[in-house]
Ligand binder design. Structure first.
Ligand code: ZN
Ligand code: ZN
Length: 370
């Protein structure tokens, strides 16, 4: 496996400037960033309490005393020019100092809690608070080289963890055992953590797209869905593979698997800049329809990945956008038969200038031992 790039190379660059550049075109003259993934994207700060105030002349990261040292280190490592402010109190005075001089301040309507909004409003009653949506999220769609490297690294860790765990997959082992082993392996391989709750779903549980691992022991003849991702410096990978336990799959299982693999490959093959996002969804759906399984595909086809496991864009029937270079998205068709079982195959794919490159590379084999 490649050596991890030094953290310093994951520069946040001048991301804050791209937001400040928008101030001429919007109806607020400062921007309050409270969503922690957005704070991290702007500054490199990974703590659990902090916010950013950004204007033409000021870029401040505010956090509490627990993060005095780590926040300074993270700002430096990310080459972020934000000033670090550790107030003694998070009260009215702080908001007066930070926001009181502006006529209007944009805030993140999807993130700022109602009671917090009220207390800011009370602190600076003459400042007009302007709700915004997706200001950072829209910019976060396009991953830079540093971000793509982290997603590739996270994907490689999940690949390696799954390969290491395959030999233990057999009748009698529980879903929980396999999920725990995957989580530990990923950490040992250098992941911060799992990117999301690892899904290990066997037998009838595999018919539930978002199953949680249970104490159910695997049995011969089960379908087994494993959906696993690693998080590296905040960036999470996402991959799903499906297996059959013990011996040979039934003809029906074989056909389900062939249908989903064909749909997934067709979806990935259609990825290139300029293609409508909804097209990827319809390509996968039409392959499954050819097999007669269109009604069994009960979720969207994919989503962006990055600092959050579900980011823009969403690939579904209702998607309105167009693919472009720099996106890193999943393609994950699946079919589910309640009470019986399901099959899902998912890869994370980076859209490039000329097409795409797949970041998750675990083999697609129905039998885990091959
Ligand atoms: Zn997944
Ligand atoms: Zn996914």
């Amino acid at each position: 496996m490649e050596t991890l790039l030094p953290f310093a190379s994951q520069s946040v660059g001048s991301r804050h400037r791209r937001i400040a550049e928008q101030f001429d075109a919007v109806n607020y003259d400062a921007f309050l960033v409270t969503s922690l993934p957005n704070v991290r994207w702007l500054t490199g700060f990974s703590g659990s309490n902090g916010f950013v105030v950004l204007s033409q002349d000021r870029f401040v990261l505010v956090t509490d005393g627990r993060y005095r040292t780590s926040a300074a280190d993270e700002l430096a490592a990310a080459q972020c020019p934000a000033e670090l402010l550790i107030p003694t109190e998070f009260g009215n005075e702080l908001y007066e100092t930070l926001l009181g001089s502006f006529e209007s301040v944009g805030f993140e309507a999807n993130d700022l809690a109602w009671n917090k909004h009220r207390s800011i409003n009370d602190a600076v009653p003459n400042v007009f608070l302007v709700p915004t949506t997706n200001v950072c999220e829209t910019l976060r769609r396009v991953k830079d080289d540093g971000e793509r490297n982290l997603l590739a690294r996270a994907s490689a860790i999940a690949d390696e963890a799954l390969e290491a765990v395959l030999p233990m997959i057999c009748a009698g082992v529980t879903e929980r055992d396999i999920a725990a082993e995957l989580d530990v392996r990923m950490k040992k391989l250098g992941a911060d953590d799992s990117a999301y709750d690892t899904i290990v779903a066997s037998g009838p549980n595999s018919a539930l797209p978002h199953a949680r691992p249970t104490d159910r022991p695997l049995a011969d003849g089960d379908l087994l869905i494993i959906d696993v991702g690693a998080r590296v410096h905040g960036y999470g990978s996402d991959m799903t593979r499906t297996f059959v336990i013990g011996g040979e799959p039934t003809p029906e299982q074989q056909r389900w698997y062939e249908a989903v693999v064909a749909a997934q490959q067709a979806g990935v093959a259609a990825l290139e800049p300029g293609v409508e996002e909804s097209r990827i969804d319809s390509v996968c759906r039409s392959v499954l329809a050819d097999f007669g399984y269109e009604d069994a595909f009960i979720h969207g086809t994919g989503h962006g990945i990055g600092l959050e496991i579900h980011e823009d864009p969403v690939l579904s029937t209702r998607s309105l956008g167009t693919l472009h270079s720099g996106l890193v998205i999943t393609v994950e068709p699946g079919i589910y038969f309640p009470g019986v079982g399901g099959v899902r195959i998912e890869d994370a794919v980076a859209i490039t200038d000329s097409g795409c490159s797949t970041l998750t590379n675990s083999p697609k084999t129905l039998l885990p031992s091959r």
